[in-house]
Design a protein around this ligand. Structure first.
Ligand code: SF4
Length: 500
């Protein structure tokens, strides 16, 4: 008997046949990244909220696939569908497909149903349309009178008003017509899945951009180990690939910068290739100095750490809104003396007001404030100002003083050790080799800072653990702004200042 494939398996197939085969036969190889695990966690939280929003009378029933197993879950679905009521995780199987629907609800007549797939994204993505096409196909082939299918996703403009009221968090997009029209496609996917599943060996496929789109593939470490090492990987080229470059990759399997003609590269990519192959740094010292000349002492160097929640927990915030809970601020006064100030709120309460008060006090009234990739800092300052109208003037005044160091680095400096990245963590080891993020205990990047924040605000965290996290976060953020100080010193040619 031909085997059945779940929706997730078929979606893996659409991304990569090798992924599909390996997940089927060698699932132990899969290693989900922290960001994949975080997005699963957000998905589960959104699912839990959706179950409440779609079952206001509490008459719905949830099928637990983990406890029941597939056969029992399918049988329970049939039993439950004898009565009109919301069913969560209803299971259907037909024509080689297996689908568990997030939500099925009674339709407008006695025998019909409508299906809602819940997503934690803020818009409908193409791969979610594929997902819905599979769900609709399997349910209809299983004999369900499916009236409609919709994707419910998060409304990014919705504002949480508190008291656990999440009405309006989700908005539905009806995709019935499209999903119902794709039956032939789904049949082709199932038949392809059956033929690949029948293969004794894993399909041959090189790694590439498909490994991260639409999902990050957890088999990347396994696949890259199988490939011969590349001295100068194409992945070091920053930004989007030109059409010519994409063709070289897809048709001729080019993987090394040496095999890429200069004509296929933009200016920044060409700089990366040239300096990488020459094994030498590029530094337009005069240009960098000229760009920084207008900014005189006193100077400030600002970095923020933020947290965001797909489902907002603080009144007045939007889904996925980045809320600052920490800043580090280095300053150099008129006499060239270096100082440092910082703020960190691990109370778990909305940190925006104390953050704003502390930042306004620390930044003074004048002096350029450098940030790295400053649009992020400026955006967060504007967000906080919007939440606290009485602080609009001082916060926008701070925002107006912010100058971005990133474009100065991008236009005037490159070292081959950056591997195509101008993140501060990539640039600083070349510019100031005595600074090393790897020497930090614990938190070493923005993602780790978010995880650390979440761990620190857990209700049952011990005081000792919270204080340990506090130290890690303070050290990490301080290093970011000190790195900016040292970058500025080199770019501005201010060897006369003692900033160590
Ligand atoms: S890492 Fe890339 S090539 Fe390997 S299985 Fe995943 S998607 Fe396919």
């Amino acid at each position: 008997m031909a085997r059945s494939f779940s929706k997730s398996r078929l979606l893996s197939l659409l991304q990569c046949e090798k992924r599909f085969w390996l997940e089927l036969y060698r699932p132990e190889l899969r290693e989900d990244s922290a960001s994949t695990r975080a997005s699963f966690a957000t998905g589960h939280s959104v699912g839990a909220i959706a179950r409440k929003l779609y079952d206001l009378n509490g008459q719905g029933v949830e099928i637990d696939l983990a406890t029941d197993g597939v056969s029992r879950a399918l049988a329970r679905t049939s039993e439950l569908m004898a009565e009109p009521r919301p069913i969560f995780e209803a299971g259907f199987s037909a024509h080689g497909g297996l689908a568990f629907a997030d939500i099925v609800l009674p339709g407008s007549n006695a025998s019909s149903w409508r299906m809602v797939e819940v997503k934690s994204s803020t818009s409908v993505k193409d791969y979610q349309r594929d997902d819905a096409a599979i769900q609709a196909y399997v349910a209809r082939r299983a004999g369900i009178d499916l009236q409609s299918i919709a994707i419910a996703h998060i409304d990014s403009g919705w504002v949480y008003q508190g008291d656990g009221n999440y009405n309006g968090l989700l908005v539905e997009s009806d995709i019935t017509e499209e999903a119902f029209s794709r039956s032939e496609e789904v049949e082709e996917w199932i038949s392809r899945a059956q033929s690949i599943a029948a293969q004794d060996n894993e399909p041959i496929k090189s790694t590439g951009r498909h490994c991260t789109s639409p999902y990050e593939c957890g088999l990347h470490a396994y696949c890259t180990k199988q490939e011969p090492p590349v001295d100068f990987p194409l992945a070091w080229l920053p930004g989007a690939q030109s059409k010519a470059l994409k063709q070289l990759v897809e048709e001729r399997g080019v993987r090394d910068l040496r095999d890429v003609p200069d004509t296929a590269l933009n200016k920044r990519q060409l700089l990366v290739k040239t300096q990488t192959l020459a094994k030498s740094a590029f530094f337009d010292a005069a240009g960098a100095r000229a760009k920084l000349a207008p900014y005189v002492l006193p100077l400030y160097f600002l970095d923020l750490e933020t947290i965001s929640f797909g489902i907002p927990i603080w009144k007045g915030t939007r889904p996925y809104q980045q809320m600052p809970f920490q800043f580090s601020l280095h300053s150099i006064d008129e006499n060239g003396n270096l100082d440092h100030d910082s703020f960190l709120d691990l109370s778990g309460h909305d940190p925006s007001r104390p953050f704003a008060d502390a930042l306004i006090a620390a930044c003074g009234k004048q002096g350029t404030i450098f940030a790295y990739n400053a649009s992020f800092e400026i955006g967060r300052l504007k967000d906080v100002a919007e939440r606290h109208p009485d602080l609009i003037e001082p916060l926008l005044s701070i925002a107006s003083r912010v100058v971005d160091l990133l474009p100065i680095a991008q236009n005037h400096y490159y070292h081959p050790s950056q591997h195509g990245s101008w993140s501060i963590k990539a640039v600083i080891p070349a510019v100031a080799p005595d600074l090393d993020y790897h020497n930090l205990a614990g938190v070493q990047d923005g993602g780790m800072a978010m995880d650390a924040y979440l761990a620190a605000v857990e209700p049952d965290v011990s005081d000792e653990h919270r204080e340990n996290i506090r130290t890690q976060l303070l050290d990490y953020c301080k290093l970011d702004t000190y790195a900016m100080v040292r970058l500025w010193q080199v770019f501005a040619g201010r060897d006369d200042l003692n900033l160590r």
